[in-house]
Design a protein around this ligand. Structure first.
Ligand code: HEM
Length: 144
């Protein structure tokens, strides 16, 4: 498994644990009838599990198993910098979102920045993977 895939997958596991922890805290808070400050973390719970865990896991595995290049004779994955940039902006976006849950105007204003970073991450990733999508022939060990 390539280095970037390991980073994607391990980071996604961290978000799985943290997202479940926040979910558990939300459930607990509801059970004891508390509707306080913890509920500011609901968007963080959702984003960390949907993007930090699920999307990030898929990105890591896809980076690993997709054909390496449009040219079968090329062993190197192209545009790896874009894939790393996607990893960095995704995780920065998720951290900025957590900061935006803090009280105060400054922190609240960080939410659009988090959304923009998430969008950038998706664009970087698509731009990296797009040229790698190609048909793989049976001679190369895959069915059509
Ligand atoms: C992959 C796993 C999970 C995903 C994708 C997920 C996603 C979501 C989503 C989309 C919402 C709705 C947010 C909204 O209505 O605005 C939500 C709410 C919630 N989740 Fe999760 N969740 C997951 C796991 C968990 C776990 C394990 C727990 C508890 C241990 C949990 C506890 C909660 C609670 C308490 C709410 C608030 C429900 C409410 O508003 O009434 N979630 N989650």
């Amino acid at each position: 498994m390539p280095l970037l895939s390991r980073w994607f997958v391990r980071t996604s596991l961290i978000y799985l644990c943290l997202g479940f922890l926040i979910g558990g805290a939300l459930l607990w808070s509801r059970a004891i009838g508390h509707t306080g400050v913890i509920w500011r973390l609901l968007p963080v719970h959702v984003a960390w599990l949907l993007f930090g865990w699920m999307m990030q896991l898929a990105m890591g595995v896809a980076y690993w198993i997709m054909p390496k290049s449009a040219a079968p004779e090329t062993a190197e994955r192209p545009l790896t910098e874009l894939a790393w940039a996607s990893y960095a902006s995704l995780n920065l976006s998720l951290l900025v979102l957590a900061l935006s849950a803090a009280e105060g105007h400054f922190f609240g204003a960080l939410r659009p920045a988090s959304g923009a970073l998430l969008g950038l991450s998706v664009l970087f990733y698509a731009a990296h993977l797009w040229p790698r999508i190609r048909a793989v022939t049976q001679a190369q060990g895959a069915s059509r």
